[in-house]
Design a protein. Structure first.
Lengths: 198, 198
DNA sequence: GCTAGCGTTGAACTGCGTTCATTTGAAAGG
DNA sequence: CCTTTCAAATGAACGCAGTTCAACGCTAGC
């Protein structure tokens, strides 16, 4: 019986993640509703809470998948990139932009989850973030061989944050959305200027 | 009679803005509740809706004030800054950081308001944003006299977004908050590197 | 079959923003 | 003054969320 239950829960868990993923992608994080989920999954509302602590946990599970896809996209872009470290940075920045634009709602959900104050980010979040940072810090280490590890960490964070900021404000239609080409141009501008000048 | 009513509404409007401002500053945007507001203001819940269309309108009124304070802080920092354009950019970036850190909840509320899809940002938002952009584009124009106006606009946006991204992720405690000094260092790094190397 | 006990269920609870039938009170007219 | 009138203020009620838990039903072991 323990087996049966566990298997059923696992099945429900995965079904719920898929439905939530589709909902968030199509209508955004705020469209995630317990009753709608239950109806779509063909289960009771309470069943959701047998499998996830609350809806935020479910959204976090979706975010883990989104973050993973993002990482994969960036890695793929990097694989096809030239060997020049500066160009690698530019390619990755623009891959980040492409992912955010193509998965706007899902990407926004990564940052829109209300975090309980004082609560640390989940492990997978930090791990995935670390993976992204590694992609950035490798070309930077090649560009700045003299810098200390601490300096490289700071540089990495600064560049990631800069690209993130450019994409975030660029895609925000409220501030009169910026054309996609302009976003790519800004990313290239900042990264080339930064890393190009030794 | 018309006078009396109008005066009372204006008074209530301002009282509500002050209470909401205090609430948002102390506990964040999500702590804004109609019933609490009414209790604090000594009015009926319905009275709020005689003065504001909904709670979002009230939050926007608070945001207008916050944005104005932010602009004033940056302008003040600029007034005390050296004449070197690069240093002016650095000083402004760090003033932005200081404001965000010292007014975390209020600053976050500027970007956390759920915007109706397709709805443009309010005029005051665009106007205040334009003021900030002007502060940035002036030193940039001095640094890059050869660039076209369109290029300067792009540069301005790119640098603002970069600083915003650095502050946003740096202050986000979920991703293991970055020490304040490191944030300042990253801002200086990006801006000096960018603007310093002609 | 029977029953003990655990997993599932969905009605009910709480708390939110928002509305609107009712009440109130101020101004105009007698 | 008192009465009439009507717009503005009121707060109980509504709709809609997330979450809970007493009751139900299924399954496994006898």
């Amino acid at each position: 019986m323990a087996r049966k239950t566990e298997a059923r829960r696992k099945e429900l868990r995965e079904a719920l993640i898929l439905i939530a993923e589709r909902t968030i992608a199509a209508e955004g994080l705020s469209a995630l509703r317990a009753r709608d989920l239950a109806k779509e999954a063909g289960c009771a509302v309470g069943a959701i809470y047998n499998v996830f602590g609350d809806l935020t946990d479910l959204a976090l599970a979706v975010n883990a998948r989104t973050f993973h896809r993002l990482g994969a996209d960036v890695a793929e872009a990097l694989a096809d990139a030239p060997t020049d470290p500066v160009e690698q940075l530019v390619v990755m920045g623009q891959a980040y932009h492409r992912f955010a634009a193509a998965n706007h709602n899902s990407w926004r959900a990564l940052f829109d989850i209300e975090r309980a104050p004082g609560e640390a980010a989940p492990d997978w979040y930090l791990a995935e973030m670390g993976r992204l940072f590694q992609y950035i810090s490798d070309p930077l280490a090649a560009l700045f061989p003299k810098h200390s590890a601490a300096d490289l960490t700071l540089l990495t964070r600064a560049l990631f944050s800069s690209v993130h900021g450019i994409v975030l404000l660029g895609l925000d239609e409220a501030s009169a959305g910026v054309p996609s080409d302009d976003i790519d141009r800004m990313i290239a501008l900042v990264l080339r200027q930064f890393a190009g000048s030794q």
